[in-house]
Design a protein around this ligand. Structure first.
Ligand code: PRP
Ligand code: MN
Ligand code: MG
Length: 182
């Protein structure tokens, strides 16, 4: 693994504050309805757990697992389905819960895949929107925090399966790149 250090980017408190606001917004928009939250594993497991506990509407929870990064910091461009959703989505109000939207490749694949299940509605909630990195246009209905770029870890997000357990979000800074620019 390339030598790197972690620079604090978004604090645990900041994240919690935004997660609560997102949950309130969703609860208002879906008032009187039930939703199915589809969390995208592995990255979204912590965000999903916090989000669902702040919702004020009935919510069913399901997970799908896709991966495209492997151990790299750039998307391979190929989305591999590792585990599909288990509950029926037909006629349901479905919200995809993602930790981060980067190139948009994963989300665009997911939207197409889940639309085939004929949900009544299909929306997206992402904690982090890395808006400068988009390669595919994708709609993100609920956005927690926008960052322009940089590879971030923590709060569910990994670098080669590390750092998912960190409470806050950190930027991975590669030490060799720092050396060459100074
Ligand atoms: C990461 C992240 C998103 C996706 C975003 O998942 O959790 O699902 O990539 O990137 P994109 O917009 O460029 O497609 P990853 O493939 O690393 O799997 P993981 O969630 O198991 O870490
Ligand atoms: Mn993911
Ligand atoms: Mg990952």
């Amino acid at each position: 693994m390339r030598r790197h250090r972690l620079a604090p980017k978004i604090s645990y408190e900041q994240i919690q504050h935004r997660v609560q606001e997102l949950a309130h917004q969703i609860s208002e928009d879906y008032q009187g309805r039930e939703v199915v939250l589809v969390g995208v594993l592995k990255g979204a497991f912590i965000f999903m757990a916090d989000l669902v506990r702040h919702l004020q509407i009935p919510a069913e929870v399901d997970f799908i697992r896709v991966a495209s990064y492997g151990n790299a910091t750039k998307s391979s461009g190929r989305v591999v389905l590792k585990k599909d959703v288990e509950c029926p989505l037909e006629g349901k109000d479905v919200i995809i819960v993602e930790d981060i939207v980067d190139s948009g490749i994963t989300l665009s694949w997911l939207l197409e895949h889940l639309r085939e299940r004929k949900p009544r509605s299909l929306k997206v909630c992402a904690l982090i929107d890395k808006y400068e990195c988009r390669e595919v246009e994708v709609p993100v209905d609920y956005i927690g925090i926008q960052i322009p770029g940089g590879f971030v870890v923590g709060y569910g997000l990994d670098f080669a399966e590390r750092y998912r357990e960190l409470q806050g979000i950190y930027e991975v800074v590669f030490v060799d790149e720092e050396d060459s620019t100074s």
